[in-house]
Design a protein around this ligand. Structure first.
Ligand code: IMP
Length: 431
């Protein structure tokens, strides 16, 4: 099995960290190919809980090499504080590799992220405020700063100077903020150079060689399909390519080497930040206001602590994710959270201004008008957390899994019934 891609099939927070961590013990490389420290993975190993933002989940698997690839944007302060926090808990971080082509998040981009959101007011995106959007914008504008620039201080200064020539005008004249100092930015970035150097590599070359040797590479997507800058609910998206296509550009691994695409879906839906969400449970929805799902599911952001918006499973979105990513296997997570509902609505299609849509509507105007058409499935009462095989589940829960598989466009290969590594029902082996 050469390269596998693992992506979120909804709006993020599907439990990708646990899925990656589970595969991590059996793959040689885990590669993060997009996003930055806007991500948040919670991984539970025995009594220990790890919250990772920038580091790939593979960092917790001894023997696996974690890679931060070219498609990622890196905040060096965050990188080293995560490394230090893991090291102090005895986790070996020495295998970590960082692409020389990855872009860095200079402090002025965090400032710009926050002030832009404030100025957007009611039209804000609800970003994580980590400087992700401005840094990807700089990459496309060709005024970005990359990891390799740390090793050529003259070039680094020229690049920071060029970027700040326009950015300082915007900071001062549009947003009424202090100009960033070229010296301070350069000194801050250079202060990390010596520590960064040993982990920097031509990661596309190393991964190509690893695949030639027959090693297994897992490409781990941050955020999710509906947050993808091309295929998501634009403009309420992140600024990177979070779908399977992005795994190739973000790592330098060609599409012909990808063998399997794993889509992670939660047994219900959540979203953080602004933007349309047809099955959201607001006052008056079937099943209440989402508070129960939020409380039972612990639906609060790993990165920002924000309460997540909660709603029922949306099979239209799952089918869309299956098509856009070429999903071969779904990993269904957090089924245990749904115990105790008498009936569980599942969205099978949308009503858009009186017209039924079985597929994602073409325009965002239509998507904003989409009302869910629900099919109600029978619920169950039992606590699922100690189930270890599909047969251990109550019949209604088994039927729920089978119905989701039928509606979502790919087989379900595992079902999560709790946060621990062992609380997983394996239906088909992924490797
Ligand atoms: P940004 O990625 O900080 O620019 O935020 C853009 C949008 O993506 C906001 O709605 C965020 O809440 C959302 N977002 C970014 N990263 C994640 C994630 O890891 N999980 C869920 N939502 C995310």
């Amino acid at each position: 099995m050469p390269a596998l891609v693992l992506i979120g099939a909804q709006w993020g927070d599907e439990g990708k960290g646990k899925a990656t961590d589970q595969l991590g013990g059996r793959v040689d490389y885990v590669v993060k190919f997009n996003g930055g420290n806007n991500a948040g993975h919670t991984v539970v190993v025995g009594d220990e809980t790890y919250a990772l933002h920038l580091l790939p989940s593979g960092i917790l698997s001894p023997g696996c090499t974690p890679v931060i690839a070219n498609g990622v944007v890196v905040d060096l302060g965050v990188l080293f504080s995560e490394i230090d926090a893991l090291s102090s808990r005895g986790v070996d971080t020495s295998r970590l590799l960082l692409s020389a082509d990855a872009h860095l998040i200079p402090s002025y981009n965090q400032t710009l992220d926050k002030v832009t959101e404030r100025f957007l007011g009611k039209r804000r995106i609800g970003t994580t405020g980590r400087g992700i959007g401005p840094t990807y914008a700089d990459k496309m504008n060709r005024i970005g700063i990359r990891v390799q620039d740390l090793f050529d201080p003259g070039i680094l200064r020229q690049k920071v100077d060029a970027a700040l020539a326009t950015k300082n005008q915007i900071l001062v004249k549009v947003y009424n903020r202090k100009a960033a100092s070229v010296d301070e930015v350069v000194d801050d970035l250079l202060s990390y150079a010596d520590r960064v150097r040993p982990m920097v590599a031509d990661t596309a070359l190393l991964l190509g060689q690893a695949l030639d040797r027959g090693d297994t590479v897992l490409l781990e997507g941050g955020q999710a399909t509906l947050l993808d800058v091309d295929h998501g609910t634009y403009p309420f998206v992140t600024s990177s390519s979070a779908t399977a296509g992005g795994a190739c550009t973000g790592s330098g691994i060609p599409p012909t080497r990808v063998d399997r695409v794993i889509g992670v879906v939660k047994a219900y839906t959540t979203r953080v930040g602004e933007g349309p969400f047809p099955t959201e449970l607001v006052d008056g929805s079937p099943g209440g206001d989402g508070e129960r799902l939020r409380t039972v599911g612990g639906e609060y952001g790993t990165t920002t602590g924000r309460p997540r918006r909660c709603g029922w499973y949306d099979a239209v979105i799952a089918r869309y994710a299956a098509r856009i990513n070429g999903v071969t296997d779904f990993v269904l997570t957090k089924l245990d959270v749904l115990s105790g509902w008498e009936r569980i609505p599942v969205c099978v299609a949308y009503d858009v201004d009186g017209v039924r849509h079985d597929e994602m509507p073409m325009t965002q105007t239509e998507f904003h008008h989409a009302l869910p058409i629900y099919e109600e499935l029978a619920g169950w009462d039992a606590d699922l957390s100690s189930a270890r095989t599909l047969e251990d589940l109550p019949k209604a829960a088994q039927r729920y899994v089978a119905a989701l598989e039928e509606m979502s466009g790919a087989r379900i290969s595992s079902v999560g019934v709790g946060p621990d590594r062992v609380q997983t029902l394996v239906l088909h082996d992924l490797l």
